[in-house]
Design a protein around this ligand. Structure first.
Ligand code: CAA
Length: 258
């Protein structure tokens, strides 16, 4: 499918999706969010994709929802449009692992989009923030909930109430990102991580993603039970037999997603 606000390259079973509205620092408008949700649905179905990387430009992952598109809307319009609600739900419904590769600004909806991915690797120039309060609104696609789960109440309140930005070092310290890399190496480093994930059993990768995400949705006991059942179910796969045999035979496993 031809997209206008994003680009996609697929190589070595990794789909690299770039947000591509440089004139607006990749601000999220309805076209971009629709195209991104479509692209992720397509990537989920594509056998040539086993891991997805979502990125922006060096200056901005995304500077938030498109303020020009939103500014004149009424309550009834944003309520009826459910502004980006359906799209972000489709994005988080993606079964294959998604890594956010963040360089520059990840603000408002941009920070929320990065957090909706499975984990974030950022460059040392990254800046995260939920500055919606400066516009007289609050985060609208998960920021108050997801940032709080990532960094805890105190820091999340600080970010949402003051609108201040968090740099890469603070983001790593507080658990928002998994790794920080030099800006010039961001994409090669993240692609290396994505290729490593793409080599695993796809069934195990999806099961791991589902189980980790359960930690945010349920009680500890229920989550542990969910994990235990998924672990046990994986013994019905050829990939479990192959993975364990390969270890014992001191060779690389050849996973076949069965
Ligand atoms: N929406 C629309 N356009 C945006 C934008 C946004 N969120 N962010 C930047 N742009 C546009 C600017 O209007 C500008 O366009 P023009 O040249 O046509 O004027 C262009 O991108 C470059 O931006 P700046 O000139 O402002 O660049 P800068 O380097 O001086 O500043 C910045 C960069 C600090 C990121 C600044 O652009 C900024 O503060 N942007 C807005 C950030 C923000 O408030 N985000 C939250 C949006 S609301 C939201 O996201 C709600 C939600 O949760 C769903």
């Amino acid at each position: 499918m031809a997209y206008q606000t994003i680009t996609i390259e697929i190589e070595d079973y990794v789909a690299l999706i770039r947000l591509n509205r440089p004139e607006a620092l990749n601000a999220l408008n309805s076209q971009l969010m629709g195209e991104l949700a479509d692209a992720l649905t397509e990537a989920d179905r594509n056998e040539k994709v086993r891991c997805i990387v979502l990125t922006g430009s060096e200056k901005a992952f995304a500077a938030g929802a498109d303020i020009k598109e939103m500014a004149e809307k009424t309550f009834v319009e944003v309520y009826n449009d459910n502004i980006f609600g359906a799209e972000i739900d489709r994005i988080t419904a993606t079964r294959k692992p998604i890594i956010a590769a963040v360089s520059g600004y990840a603000l408002g909806g941009g920070c929320e989009l990065a957090m909706a991915c499975d984990f974030i690797i950022c460059s040392d120039n990254a800046k995260f923030g939920q500055p919606e309060i400066n516009l007289g609104v609050i985060a609208g696609i998960g920021g108050t909930q997801r940032l709080t789960r990532f960094v805890g109440k105190s820091k999340s309140m600080d970010m949402h109430l003051t609108g201040r930005f968090m740099d890469a070092a603070e983001a790593e310290r507080s658990g928002l990102v998994s790794r920080v890399v030099p800006a010039a190496k961001l994409i090669p480093e993240v692609l290396t991580v994505a290729k490593k994930i793409a080599e695993k059993s796809q069934i195990a990768a999806i099961a791991a993603k589902e189980a980790v995400n359960r930690a945010y949705e349920t009680t500890l006991n229920e989550g542990i039970l969910f994990e235990r059942r998924s672990f046990q179910a994986l013994f019905a796969t050829d990939d479990q037999k192959e993975g364990m045999a390969a270890f014992l035979e001191k060779r690389e496993a050849q996973f076949r997603d069965r």
